[in-house]
Ligand binder design. Structure first.
Ligand SMILES: Cc1cc2nc3c(=O)[nH]c(=O)nc-3n(C[C@H](O)[C@H](O)[C@H](O)COP(=O)(O)O)c2cc1C
Length: 247
C-alpha cells in the first residue's frame, strides 16, 4: 500500500514547486538531441517518408479502425513502410535554435523528445535480421548486432507474448531520462511517460493508414529488453514496445 501511495504522487503535477531549480536554469550544458553514432557504424539510408505507403488517407477511418492487432501474417514490411512508421513516431522535421530542440510529428513536453527508437527486425525488405537504432536527425538506421534466435529472445523479453516474435519488426523505445530532467527535474518523469503514449499512438494511426497492425506493449522484462538493445538500464532503459506486421 505504501508503494502505491508513493507511486500515486508521481502521477500528480509538481510544476508549481518553486524550490526546485533545474540544471537548465543553473546553466548546465544541454544533453545531446540524439545518442552519438559510434565511429565506423553500419548506416542504412532510409527512403523519404511520404504517402506512397498508404492504403487509407482518411483520418476518421484511421481513428475508427484503430485496434490493437496481435495475429500477424508472415509477410515482409517494405523499407518504404518502415521509413514512414519511423518518421511518424520520431522523425525530425525541424531543429530549433542552436541544437536546442527538435520538432517532430509527435508532441513532447518542452520538445525534449527523450527517446531513442530501437528495432528488432525480423522481416523487412532489404534489412538483415537483427537489432537497429533509428537516427532521427538524419532519417537513417544504424545496425547494432545480429542476435541468435532473436524471435525466442524477443518473446522472452516480452514475458511470453509470442506475437512479438511473429512481427515483421518490433519498435522498442528507450528513454534517456536526463534529456527531460535537465529541463524539468523531478517533474520530468511524469511528462516523459506521457510523451511515450503520444509516440505509440502515432504508430497505431500510421499502421492503420498502411494496412498494418501494431499493439502497445508495457508488460516486458526490463533486464532482457535492455540487454537486447545494449543499454545500461540506468541512464537509458526500455519504456515501451510495439510489434508491427501485416495481419
Ligand atoms: C500503455 C499500454 C500498455 C499495453 N500493454 C499491452 C501488453 O503488454 N500486451 C498486450 O497484449 N496489449 C497491451 N496493450 C493493449 C491494450 O490491451 C489494448 O489497447 C486494449 O485492450 C484496448 O484494445 P484496443 O487497443 O484494440 O482498442 C497496452 C495498451 C496500452 C495503452
Amino acid at each position: 500500500m505504501d508503494r502505491m501511495m508513493e507511486n500515486r504522487k508521481f502521477m500528480r503535477s509538481e510544476f508549481d514547486r518553486e524550490d526546485i531549480i533545474s540544471d537548465q536554469e543553473q546553466g548546465l550544458p544541454q544533453p545531446p538531441l540524439q545518442k552519438p553514432v559510434p565511429e565506423g557504424a553500419e548506416i542504412i539510408d532510409l527512403p523519404k517518408a511520404d504517402t506512397a505507403a498508404f492504403a487509407e488517407t482518411n483520418i476518421y477511418a484511421c481513428l475508427k479502425g484503430r485496434r490493437s492487432r496481435r495475429k500477424y501474417i508472415n509477410q515482409e514490411l517494405s523499407l518504404k513502410e518502415l521509413s514512414f512508421l519511423l518518421w511518424s513516431t520520431q522523425g525530425v522535421d525541424r531543429k530549433m535554435g542552436n541544437n536546442y530542440a527538435t520538432l517532430r510529428p509527435v508532441a513532447s513536453a518542452g520538445a525534449r523528445h527523450p527517446f531513442e527508437t530501437y528495432l528488432w527486425v525480423f522481416r523487412v525488405e532489404g534489412l538483415k535480421k537483427g537489432i537497429y537504432r533509428y537516427l532521427a536527425l538524419t532519417h537513417q538506421l544504424m545496425f547494432i548486432k545480429e542476435v541468435e534466435e532473436l524471435e525466442e529472445k524477443a518473446n522472452s523479453a516480452t514475458l511470453g507474448q509470442s506475437f512479438v516474435g511473429a512481427s515483421a519488426v518490433t519498435f522498442v523505445w528507450s528513454c534517456i531520462p536526463y534529456r527531460g530532467e535537465w529541463r524539468y527535474n523531478v517533474t520530468s518523469h511524469k511528462t516523459m511517460l506521457l510523451d511515450a503514449g503520444h509516440v505509440c499512438q502515432n504508430l497505431y494511426l500510421a499502421c492503420e493508414a498502411m494496412g498494418s497492425g501494431t499493439c502497445a506493449i508495457a508488460a516486458y522484462d526490463q533486464r532482457l529488453c535492455d540487454e537486447l538493445i545494449d543499454v545500461d538500464g540506468v541512464d537509458e532503459f526500455t519504456v515501451y514496445l510495439a510489434p508491427v506486421a501485416k495481419y
